[in-house]
Design a binder for this molecule. Structure first.
Ligand SMILES: N[C@@H](CCC(=O)N[C@@H](CS)C(=O)NCC(=O)O)C(=O)O
Length: 348
């Protein structure tokens, strides 16, 4: 009796596992099917944040967020240029994703519990570890956020920024007057014209504003970012909950960009690296097949990402780091091997 029950249970588990394997193996997600059928990924990006997503004078989008979209298009369609960009404010982004107007968001979006659950989204891997900060005009003479009692604060609606701001002032028994403006260029213009004492946002966004949006006649040095970082803002791409295959492609695109950096593979040496004897490099680049099949994409998926977009370090450097006007320190976004938090799951 005992033996039969045990046998039945084992059999049931085996059948269940087989069914799971078959269903995940055979089905492409419906988002993937739609993207392939239209021949382009539709990516929701910020309306214009230098370093993260900005259209140049020819209408070509560049930035760290843009590179995530390009990476996904490279993995799925073999071409990083096959992306349609939809600029969205922080307020508009979630409805645009829920309604199917965009396939994914790469939009400085913080992964939080309520967004992951109640909003019906799924976040993939963190593309930028950020935290909220405050920027003020130097002439205010303020050295710490603790001195901001009674300040007027420029902030965007529909953001974690707005919520953290209220929490921080309450916790420190200070008051503030919010000036809530939806569009990023308008909130920045309001701050730089002196309508608010303080501009608060993800600190990356503050550095971007300080370099790219200070009006003529003023300079970046007229503004200081205060030392306090008041929150965790893990920025990650978001997809609709329910299409795990597409979420997998977005997640492993980020991991491929990190893993190639870790193994010294970049856009310049990737062809040379195809000859590497290192078994991990052979697997990543598809010389040893299997990873592409498992992910439901071409075996050259990671090769194409790094060839066309670059590894994570190249993208960071070119868009927001030392090779860009923003010159943001890699900080928490260093690879784990360098003391940072960026850690890709193994491609194997
Ligand atoms: N990470 C925070 C803040 C995001 C945020 O404020 N985004 C702003 C500034 S980076 C934005 O401009 N979003 C798009 C836009 O308005 O163009 C969140 O997810 O709520």
């Amino acid at each position: 009796m005992y033996k039969t029950a045990g046998h039945n249970k084992a059999w049931a588990i085996a059948v269940g596992l087989a069914a799971l394997f078959v269903s995940t193996g055979a089905m492409a997600g419906k988002d993937i099917d739609a993207i392939k059928a239209r021949g382009a990924l539709i990516c929701g990006v910020p309306t214009g944040i230098a370093g993260f997503a900005l259209a140049d004078s020819q209408g070509k989008w560049v930035g760290l967020d843009v590179d995530v979209c390009r990476g996904v298009a490279a993995a799925l369609l073999g071409d990083s240029e096959k992306v349609k960009y939809v600029p969205l404010t922080a307020q508009q982004r979630f409805t645009a994703l829920q309604s199917g107007e965009v396939d994914m968001l790469s939009n400085n979006t913080t992964d939080t519990l309520t967004r992951d659950t109640a909003l019906g989204l799924d976040f993939t891997a963190v593309t930028y570890y950020d935290g909220q900060g405050f920027m003020v005009n130097k002439k205010l003479g303020v050295k710490s956020a603790k001195e901001l009692n009674g300040a007027t604060v420029c902030v965007q609606p529909g953001t974690t920024t707005e919520l953290n701001l209220a929490d921080y002032f309450r916790a420190n028994k200070m008051s503030f007057k919010p000036v809530v403006i939806e569009k990023v260029e308008e909130v920045r213009a309001a701050f730089f014209s002196g309508r608010c004492d303080v501009y608060t946002n993800d600190s990356s966004s503050l550095y971007s504003a300080r370099i790219a949006n200070v009006p003529q006649g003023q300079s970046a040095d007229d503004y200081v970012v205060l030392p306090e970082i008041i929150s965790k803002e893990p920025l990650a791409p978001a997809v609709r909950h329910g299409d795990n295959q597409f979420a997998d492609v977005v997640r492993w695109t980020q991991y491929a960009m990190l893993e190639t950096e870790e193994y010294g593979i970049n856009s310049k040496n990737v062809d040379e690296m195809l000859k590497s004897e290192n078994p991990t490099i052979k697997r990543i680049l598809g010389v040893t097949p299997g990873m592409g099949k498992a992910l439901g994409v071409d075996e050259k998926w990671a090769y194409t990402i790094v060839k066309q977009v670059g590894n994570y370090g190249e993208s960071f450097d070119r868009n927001v780091g030392a090779g860009s006007p923003l010159k943001i320190d890699r900080g928490l976004n260093k690879l784990w091997t360098q003391g940072g938090l960026q850690y890709a799951m193994p491609i194997r």
